[in-house]
Design a protein around this ligand. Sequence first.
Ligand code: NAP
Length: 516
Amino acid sequence: MALPEFRNEPFTDFSAEANQKLMREAIAAVEARMGLELPAVVGGERLHVPDRFESRNPSKKEEVVARAPLGSRELVDRAVDVAWLAFRAWKRVPPEDKAALFLRAAELLRRRKFEAAAWMVLEVGKNWAEADADVAEAIDHLEYFAREILRYAEGKPTTPHPHEVSYYTYEPLGVVAVIPPWNFPLAIPMGMALGAIAAGNTVVLKPSSDAPATVYTFLEVMEQAGLPPGVLNLVPGSGSVVGDLLVTHPRVRMVAFTGSREVGCRIYEQAARVQPGQVWLKRVIAEMGGKNAVVVAEDADLEEAVAAAVTSGYGYQGQKCSAGSRLVVTGPVYDRVVEAFVERVRGLRVGPAKDNYPVGPVINERAYRTILEYIEVGKREGRLLCGGEPADGEGYYIQPTVFADVSPHARIGQEEIFGPVVAVIRARDFDHALEIANATDYGLTGAVFTRDPDRIAKARAEFHCGNLYINRKCTGALVGVHPFGGFNMSGTDAKVGGPDYLLWFLQPKVTSIKYR
Ligand code: NAP
């Protein structure tokens, strides 16, 4: 089976009126389903329990988007058992059949693109383009993994040896617990769960409590494409209960987590402890936060650099792990860049995601409070140039905020705020800028704006981050083009969307046959 070369799913052109109409209709259709009662799904069976939690529209905080069951130990145990049962058959499904199923699912999701995006607009406050990009990435994962299934099925060559033949093949691990965040509520759960499933594993997925409805579309698409029951199980519930039970479960073989540093470090530690009855060392993917720097050198195209810094800092309200939350500018152009940056940020309008404002709400009450607390810290640590207050509206709106003259060691220069706040830091020169860029515990993304080939070479060699972008924004990684993952406290650098990702979900086996 030879597939055409992988290509990224194109983004929807929302300047076309026909697409605007489709998006509005999709939002209206999803709005008509607000308050959706979601089940847990184990072995294809829909399970409802009396204890439930709500996900709410951050643009309009009184609006309940969905209610989902609060998973329990009983539900987790059942899901893990069912997933092991399903594993027996799924691991033996021929790679061509798995790949074909993934391609069918990609086509089904393509047909539901606007609907899937509309769930995100209403459940996590993404504007249209951000939501559309999330769906496109999810489709990319399906298409990309379809090809990776076939590639990994070929195994690897071994060195010839007299009278023996050796086979180097890959086997799946078993049951994988998938624990995603809310900020890419389709692309991230799908990236992790599909990686596991493509490799022949089965999955128990605990959606983020802020985005259970969006994840449900994933399950429906996979079922419709023909994924056997039990291969993908959904157990919603709180991180501290369902997440914890999955991570410590003796029969969970691997944990694929994306989220905060705090939770990721805890999971890494817990998963390392061998539980009674456990007969393997758990494998862990833990992709965590960032405090990413956009570096602007004096020789850069300043207009381009400033535009990219604004998109990197405030796209999806700064709620991307890849967000450029530090802007590091060299002395000679510092004042000019700061002025142009602030002017653009002042022009960003804030409002409901459904009306497609460039800046929407932050995800929930807790995030809202935390970000406003950081803004108060910033008022002591830097020079407030714009924003610094909540914004009007019925949701969790915060004005896009800029602090200048921030010390590289300040809290707002070191800690992930995960909101529409950028710390601008002055560097003496380019070398100092790189030093500042590297001086955090994280190492996820970074951008450097310079036209000087020596500086580009220096940044490539010395900027210590998993995804470095030269002369472009530091957000918007594309599957296949920008395989994604970070260094240091940004996590395990599994590089989702890249050629090494499936390896995380596989174990190589060598079989040597003596024939004489
Ligand atoms: P989070 O609070 O760490 O939650 C992530 C997931 O972990 C959620 O499903 C959460 O469940 C669950 N969880 C919470 N406590 C747990 C526990 N004790 N045991 C097991 N699971 C637990 O992160 P978030 O707020 O959803 O996401 C934002 C963070 O993710 C940011 O730091 C961002 O930088 C990072 N992120 C990183 C990447 C990357 O690729 N490096 C990509 C996107 C986001 P509940 O929802 O029920 O709490």
